[in-house]
Design a protein around this ligand. Structure first.
Ligand SMILES: Cc1ncc(COP(=O)(O)O)c(C=O)c1O
Length: 380
């Protein structure tokens, strides 16, 4: 029987045993509401404070700047809509390679009176900083940029972008770090960011929990209003077990970041190197400035369906997880100049903590074997 191989770590990651162990007591024994003023509540509140510190240690911010949410989609919506609510005539500048959550939040912000500008990227997927510059200095602005791209892995130069944005008055930066937190260095303070979004389930914590980092809480309206939780900015009873899991996962990522990054980059590079030896494969994104676990390849073969059928024991994605069931070509691949046809022949492989050298070897050999049998794309 063929071995099942999971190479879809951009879509989601398994919960680490150490994370599940940290969470378990908060499901039954310490079930208190972190807002309650008694022993059970204090225990839960202490666990949430510890998780805030664990997140802060990983991403270089103050624990008081951490707000827990249900994940990156909520965090992105809160950053963009919360800012738009305070700056109804302002401009939101974003890029052509964002996650759909950003475009959704921008549509909402447009209804609140904001102007939305989408700036292009280059052939590798790097945002064109000059295009951002042209839009600044015309009034309040929020620049919302993806850090590590979820489809092609390109890592945007966030520090440079923030420096530019902050050289203009009343200008703010939000970064979508859903794919980068826990995988590469992310430092909220050193990068000089205003808002940062991330999701727990991309870094070995459970699904349905994440965070928004906020430099100045006065700059943002709350998205949820209710019981005054999280300093009045994000109402709703805190999901204590998941927040504890998020904290434990951040601590684990902090301790293992360098080693995991080095190991996965090496596996990534060996896979890319082997597959690029055939002229039927094109790499999407930049060779070096990419997430250590991302491999995005366009296959120049007319027999893609046959190839996909033979990969049925391997989990990968044909674009982003949420879009992979939709037939439209990926906006990210289109933005870097691939044709809709090429986009339909593109596969994304994502490596992670449980990925072994042997698994990568099996997938590479299989792909090379299949490509040798496949009909190459007719070139003029
Ligand atoms: C870059 C990026 N941003 C935002 C999201 C949304 O995250 P979630 O579905 O956890 O809310 C994702 C999820 O794939 C992502 O990859």
């Amino acid at each position: 029987m063929k071995k099942d191989i999971y190479l879809d770590y951009h879509a989601t990651t398994p919960v680490l045993p150490v994370v599940a162990e940290a969470m378990a007591p908060y499901l039954r024994e310490h079930f208190g509401n972190a807002n309650s003023n008694h022993k059970w509540g204090w225990k839960a509140e202490m666990a949430v404070s510890k998780a805030s510190r664990q997140v802060a240690d990983l991403v270089g911010c103050e624990p008081s700047q951490v707000y827990f949410t249900s994940g990156a989609t909520e965090s992105i919506h809160w950053a963009i809509i919360g800012w738009a609510d305070q700056n109804p005539g302002g401009t939101i500048i974003t890029t052509a390679t964002e996650h759909k959550a950003t475009y959704g939040a921008c549509e909402w912000a447009e209804k609140l009176g904001c102007k939305i500008i989408i700036v292009p990227v280059d052939e590798f997927g790097f945002v064109q900083i000059d295009a951002i510059k042209k839009e600044l200095g015309k009034g309040p602005a929020l620049v919302s940029v993806i850090h590590g791209n979820n489809e092609i892995g390109t890592i945007n130069p966030i520090g440079d972008i923030a420096k530019l944005v902050h050289s203009y008055p009343n200008s703010f930066v939000h970064v979508d770090c859903a794919q980068s937190v826990g995988k590469i260095e992310v430092d909220f303070k050193a990068m000089d960011l205003d808002y940062l979004s991330f999701s727990g389930h991309k870094l070995y914590a459970p699904k349905g929990v994440g965070g928004l980092l906020v430099k100045d809480p006065e700059s943002l309206s709350p998205l949820f209003i209710g019981g005054g939780q999280q300093r009045g900015l994000r109402a709703g009873t805190i999901n204590v077990p998941s927040v504890v899991g998020l904290g434990a996962a951040c601590q684990w990522c902090n301790q293992h970041l360098d080693a995991e990054k080095a190991r996965l980059s090496q596996l990534r590079d060996s896979m890319i190197e082997r597959l690029l030896t055939t002229d039927q494969v094109l790499l999407n994104g930049h060779l070096q400035q990419r997430l250590p676990y991302n491999i995005s390849l366009t296959f120049e073969t007319t027999t893609m369906d046959k190839l996909l059928l033979k990969l049925n024991n391997i989990a990968f994605s044909s674009s982003s997880a949420c879009a992979s069931k939709k037939p439209e070509p990926s906006h990210v691949l289109m933005a870097i100049g691939r044709s809709p046809e090429q986009a339909s022949r593109t596969l994304r492989f994502g490596l992670g903590h449980d990925t072994t050298t042997e698994e990568v070897e099996i997938v590479c050999s299989l792909l090379i074997e299949l490509l040798a049998e496949a009909d190459p794309f007719a070139r003029p």
